[in-house]
Design a protein around this ligand. Structure first.
Ligand SMILES: CC/C=C\C=C\CC(=O)SCCNC(=O)CCNC(=O)[C@H](O)C(C)(C)COP(=O)(O)OP(=O)(O)OC[C@H]1O[C@@H](n2cnc3c(N)ncnc32)[C@H](O)[C@@H]1OP(=O)(O)O
Length: 663
């Protein structure tokens, strides 16, 4: 509000003072403007409206120049678009990211950008919210000059040089907004955007606003922009997306149950990393590390795997080099079939087959080959990090680094600390994750950590629903309409049914040929195992008949409640156990690693929006119907939160307070 007031007062003064011949608007400390203060949204903070004063800038009869350094984002870029000229530093980033916050650029962005750079380019920038470099902004035509020197000085010089020149063609509001074949273009774009949005409303509303720029005169288009923004501003989706923006930053400020924290733990410098195993995960991890400029030693002891892995890594790096316009020689990867090649690295990431015996052996070997202060990390997705640590001479230097496939693409990294992991080891893994562009979340050590532990009840419910009469398509459709890119069954097909089968076998749950629906004292669905054993895909009907199960009609509400609430319930248990530091950690794991729709904020945020009492009631209802399913038993924390009056999510920690830590 204070900045808005400052802009209004200063612009009015500069525009009306006859002594002032031209004006430069710049930011402080090398940053033009990151847009509106998102923390003000939803709060009763008043300040002057900006759009009228922005129009006063445009209609001024003296040149107004934006000197853009650092960032010009959202309202910041919109302000710059009201100026007559934009001089930009080469390192600046520009964009209209409002859509990522569930909004649209409502200070004229949707009406003015298409007039300046054309409708297709504006549609791309506004519906994706992507940030562009100064060079791309120049190419697209929304900045006038890109420079490497002092931007403010250059802008002042330029502003003085254009005094007295006509500003007519520089006023974007007066430009036409041509769009040949507008109907066909918007129909096609709308279809694509809807598909990509997976239920998010802001991208679709952005398209509608840009369409108004084509079909309405400028002033009416501006009004339409306001009306459309009003439908978004207080929406649940906008709240969820803004929660995600801040949560992504919250999780980088990690803490451990011991009290160790991000701001008191210094990471060790890492320049050389080894990756052990060149299967799918090892290849992606190698590429991610090499792309971030790290020197990588990739070890694979099996010859065929080495040949295939080396080829796959080289191809991926070649493509990355082409995209960046550099030679692939910039990437430093050395391959070896001998474990001894890792002797001089500072950090090892083990990515061998998910088999505890194999990993135990490997950690023992690594512990004797590597230097005493080398960090030993495992990419296991579920196994006990502390047990692996116990195989080494420095258990405090062992942590989990759980990547998600494909590891060079997926943004999530779970950094798993065991009870003996040193804060410095966690800090180092978190820092490395940041360096390679991951959203890193520190979590405690338990079976499946956070993400896969919560996936367990979700996947079991999906299978139970099929036992009871739903088809896999019905289950998947409900989940995909909710916003997941893939339902449980499509996801299982893609990742390979045998992956889960192997884990269940290791857990002693698989009994070949047996149909019993109770294993280890609880309800179990062997359908997935039977599919794998028989290589069959249309199993449910015959299976139900043999089990004497009577099919019933199952609607999408039940699918969602049983799959999602059981997953959420496990999330509450994880909070109770101190495995995740807060609900934001769980939510970011699900948004960045498991395809949870970002506009729904993550499972724990979703629960808070649905209402904790409703989640509790639904779980109690299903628990009564299925007393043999322990994961439907509402967690103590959920009950405690409901009996504390269901506080807002940012206050849950006050209720959790003293977790009975499992660490
Ligand atoms: C008439 C109405 C006029 C205009 C209305 C316009 C609507 C908008 O403008 S909506 C906002 C659009 N802007 C954005 O979405 C930008 C969001 N910010 C970013 O993308 C990045 O933060 C960055 C500006 C590129 C800087 O990145 P980086 O250097 O990596 O730092 P961060 O860790 O991301 O941020 C530092 C610190 O600042 C907080 N922050 C950043 N932007 C905002 C913001 N727009 N509002 C409030 N706070 C913001 C961020 O949360 C960090 O704070 P922490 O306390 O560390 O969390």
């Amino acid at each position: 509000a204070a900045v808005r007031q400052g802009i209004v007062d200063t612009v009015q003064k500069a525009v009306s003072d006859p002594q002032v011949k031209s004006v430069v608007i710049c930011g402080q400390n090398g940053i033009f403007c990151g847009g509106a203060d998102i923390k003000e949204f939803g709060k009763d903070i008043s300040g002057p409206p900006l759009v009228p004063v922005f129009h006063a800038i445009e209609s001024a009869d003296k040149p107004v120049v934006a000197a853009i350094e650092g960032s010009a984002l959202g309202g910041g870029l919109e302000l710059a678009l009201f100026c007559h000229y934009r001089i930009t530093h080469s390192k600046a980033r520009l964009g209209l990211p409002e859509v990522t916050l569930g909004l649209l650029p409502a200070a004229g962005g949707t009406q003015r950008l298409p007039r300046l750079i054309g409708v297709p380019a504006a549609l791309d920038l506004i519906t994706t919210g992507r940030h562009v470099t100064a060079a791309e902004a120049l190419k697209l035509g929304f900045v006038d000059q890109v420079i490497d020197q002092n931007t403010v000085e250059a802008a002042v010089k330029f502003a003085l040089s254009v005094v007295g020149q006509s500003l007519e063609s520089r006023r974007i509001s007066t430009l036409p907004c041509p769009c040949p074949d507008a109907d066909a273009l918007f129909e096609g774009v709308m279809q694509k955007v809807r598909q990509r949005a997976r239920g998010a409303i802001a991208p679709v509303t952005c398209v509608q606003a840009i369409q108004a720029a084509v079909t309405l005169p400028y002033a009416q288009g501006m009004q339409r922009e306001q009306e459309l923004m009003a439908t978004l501003f207080t929406s649940a989706q906008a709240r969820a997306l803004q929660y995600c923006f801040f949560s992504q930053r919250v999780v980088s400020r990690w803490s451990m149950p011991s009290g160790a924290r991000w701001d008191t733990s210094k990471p060790k410098p890492v320049t050389k990393v080894a990756v052990i195993g060149l299967g799918t995960m090892g290849r992606g991890i190698t590429v991610a590390l090499a792309q971030a400029g790290l020197s990588v030693v990739a070890v694979e002891t099996e010859q065929q795997q080495m040949i295939a892995g080396q080829r796959a890594v080289s191809d991926m790096l070649e493509r990355a080099a082409q995209r960046r316009g550099v030679s692939s020689a910039v990437y430093r990867v050395r391959y070896s079939m001998k474990l001894e090649a890792v002797a001089d690295v500072q950090l090892v990431i083990e990515a061998v087959f998910e088999d505890m015996v194999l990993k135990e052996q490997l950690f023992k070997q690594l512990s004797s080959i590597c230097k005493a202060d080398t960090l030993l990390c495992s990419n296991t997705s579920a196994l006990d990090i502390d047990h692996l640590a116990s195989q080494t001479r420095s258990p405090q230097l062992v942590v989990g680094m759980h990547f998600f496939a494909p590891a060079h693409v997926m943004k999530l990294l779970e950094v798993v600390h065991g009870p003996r992991s040193a804060p410095q080891a966690v800090a180092t893994a978190m820092e490395l994750g940041k360096r390679i562009g991951k959203v890193s979340v520190a979590v405690g050590n338990c079976r499946g950590f956070v993400g896969n532990r919560m996936l367990m009840p979700y996947s079991q419910e999906a299978l139970f629903l099929v036992e009871e009469g739903a088809s896999p398509e019905v289950v998947d459709r409900a989940l995909e309409e909710f916003g997941f890119p893939m339902g449980f069954f499509r996801m299982s097909d893609l990742s390979g049914l045998d992956v889960g089968w192997r884990v269940r076998k290791a857990d002693g749950l698989v009994k070949p040929g047996q149909m019993s629906r109770v294993r280890q004292g609880r309800r179990y669905c062997p359908l997935g195992d039977l599919l794998c054993e028989q290589g069959r895909f249309e199993l449910p009907r015959g299976y139900r008949a043999r089990q004497g199960l009577v099919s019933r009609r199952i609607d999408s509400k039940e699918v969602l409640e049983r799959c999602l609430y059981s997953l959420i319930n496990e999330g509450f248990r994880i909070l109770e156990d101190g495995i995740a530091a807060g609900p934001e950690d769980i939510d970011m794991i699900y948004v960045f690693g498991y395809g949870w729709p970002r506009h729904r904020g993550g499972p724990m945020f979703y629960a808070s929006q649905v209402g904790l009492d409703r989640v509790l009631q639904a779980l109690e209802h299903y628990q009564q119907l299925h007393p043999d399913v322990p994961h439907l038993q509402p967690s103590r924390l959920l009950r405690k939160l409901v009996s504390s009056g269901s506080p807002p999510i940012h206050r849950w920690k006050e209720v959790i307070k003293k977790p009975h830590s499992a660490l």
